[in-house]
Design a protein around this ligand. Structure first.
Ligand code: GUN
Length: 294
């Protein structure tokens, strides 16, 4: 079998167009959705990620505010910045770029973001609501919007828009990070998959992956998922972005081998990557609307 390619770039562009229309509607009633980012320090990869987020905001008409703090900033100074952004009426969504410097506890900072301005959905209240939800409609049917972590939310959109069913499927998530693995598992559970979360200590990882009808790789190791770990006809979603010595990018999946077994597969680049930013824009627009910009 040669897998059908899931074109993340095309799907992300489609969602961007939908958001552009929503932003125009908001602007015509005098409301400009606003996203504030905070980068502490000068990590080059983080600088690129933040720059790309601002570029995407510009493309669809969201106002974006770029806050930079020196790498030696104290936890107190960063908490003060959070307070200031929480109170700013032009800011509907706040994103703290991770990782933070070692002297700062990321969980304390994420906890200080007002849950109703949480662009990433990493605030414990929002994560808690996601884990507590019986299903996703419950999260969307309340007056209040629960922002969902952008990368897993993007994976869900890729599956839905590619008409890949989730309900009742055996889903295996490889990786247990707060940013991807854990919220991915919660989202898949809320869409009625049977979910297994695996990680570096998992026994029988090969067999476990091979049982997956839906395999999400988010382990951060280039080509970690080999062809023998892919079930015939499975949907394989590769969240990994690993830079090779020659500067090229590899996912967490050995793409060439996996595509011969999978039913669907995401490429790297051009799969999950473009979705993460677009779901950040979607969270920003939804939070803005929930704040009164209907
Ligand atoms: N660092 C790596 N991925 C992410 C993400 O999705 N959000 C934030 N805030 N930082 C990150």
């Amino acid at each position: 079998m040669t897998a059908e390619l899931i074109d993340g770039k095309a799907i992300a562009n489609q969602i961007k167009q939908e958001l552009k229309i929503e932003v125009e509607k908001l602007k015509s009633s005098g409301i400009v959705p606003g996203l504030a980012t905070l980068l502490v320090g000068e990590d080059p990869a983080s600088q690129i990620y933040v720059r790309n987020k601002h570029k995407a905001c510009q493309e669809i008409g969201i106002a974006s505010f770029n806050h930079l703090m020196p790498k030696e900033s104290s936890q107190k100074e960063v908490l003060e910045k959070m307070n200031q952004l929480n109170l700013d009426p032009k800011v509907h969504a706040i994103l703290v770029q991770l990782p933070l410097p070692a002297q700062i506890n990321p969980h304390d900072i994420l906890y200080a973001i007002k849950p109703s301005k949480d662009a990433d959905g990493f605030h414990p209240v929002n994560l808690g609501r996601l884990f507590a939800a019986k299903d996703l409609t419950e999260l969307r049917s309340n007056q209040q919007v629960i922002p969902l972590p952008c990368t897993p939310y993007g994976v869900l959109e890729l599956l839905d828009r590619s008409k890949i069913s989730i309900q009742g499927k055996n889903a295996v998530v490889v990786g247990r990070s707060m940013i991807v693995g854990k919220p991915m598992a919660a989202l898949l559970l809320a869409r009625h998959a049977t979910v297994t979360v695996t990680h570096s200590q998992t026994k029988n990882l090969i067999e476990c992956c091979r049982s997956a009808e839906l395999l999400v790789a988010a382990i951060g190791k280039a080509k970690f998922i080999q062809g023998n770990m892919v079930k015939e006809g499975a949907a394989v979603i590769d969240v990994g972005i690993n830079r090779n010595a020659n500067g090229s990018l590899s996912g967490d999946v050995d793409f060439e081998a996996a595509k011969e077994k999978a039913g669907w597969i995401t490429p790297v680049p051009g799969g999950v990557g473009p979705m993460t930013i677009v779901m950040l824009l979607k969270n920003t627009v939804e939070l803005c609307k929930a704040a009164g910009g209907t």
